[in-house]
Write a protein that binds this ligand. Structure first.
Ligand code: SAM
Length: 196
């Protein structure tokens, strides 16, 4: 669990480049639930911003409309908790643009951390990641995929690949571990920054 970590942490939900069922690189549509639920997790665990990443203009406009509604005065009066959570959310065109935004805010480029259910190679668990954050003293940008997961091009250029989340081994070790992205975000956030 985190003790005294500098809280310069960001979450990114990637809609491109991700893989589809056939492993082809695609752009997925934004899911309304992902906007709200992940914003609430980001707020709960002290993330500074939640980037909703899509290059598709109609999707950017849709998300901006949703955020505009929930970041307005009426929403603040009607549901201040949701207003607070969604005020962290920001639409971005790409991972690169998000990194540029964070670099401008922090004065240093973030550590690019990626997640996936089926990484065959990885750099460590959340404790190892916390040690790296302390050592490097850089903000963390924690990326989650949609569709069938982050494209290889994203995973390969990451600074840190988190070990996948698994349940208990079953007798013939055919464990299932394909969590919804909302669940995966919540689990990692709590392991990184949750209070005991
Ligand atoms: N439509 C799906 C949904 O409902 O979330 C999208 C699935 S998307 C591929 C799931 C994302 O959540 C992955 O790209 C990864 O970022 C994360 N994820 C899911 N299961 C995971 C696991 N077992 N370990 C680590 N990350 C996981």
């Amino acid at each position: 669990m985190a003790t005294g970590l500098v809280m310069n942490n960001y979450i990114g939900l990637v809609h491109f480049p991700v893989r589809n069922k056939r492993g082809v690189e695609v752009a997925t549509s934004v899911t309304n639930l992902d906007i709200h639920d992940i914003a609430r997790t980001a707020k709960t665990y002290g993330f500074k911003k939640y980037f909703i990443i899509t290059p598709l203009l109609p999707q950017q406009e849709l998300v901006s409309r949703i955020l505009g509604h929930w970041q307005g005065d009426v929403a603040n009066e009607y549901n201040p908790d949701r207003f607070d959570a969604l005020s962290l959310a920001k639409v971005e065109n790409s991972i690169e643009d998000s990194v540029a935004s964070i670099t401008a805010l922090e004065g240093i480029a973030p550590l690019l951390v990626v997640t996936g259910a089926n990484f065959k190679q990885y750099d460590g668990n959340t404790d190892d990641l916390q040690s790296k954050i302390r050592l490097d003293r850089r903000p963390m940008f924690l990326l989650f995929g949609t569709g069938w997961g982050l494209s290889a091009s994203v995973v390969e250029r990451a600074d840190f690949r988190l070990v996948p989340l698994w349940g208990p081994k079953n007798e013939n070790d055919e464990s299932y571990n394909h969590l919804s992205v909302r669940s995966a975000v919540a689990i990692y956030a709590d392991r990184l920054f949750g209070r005991v």
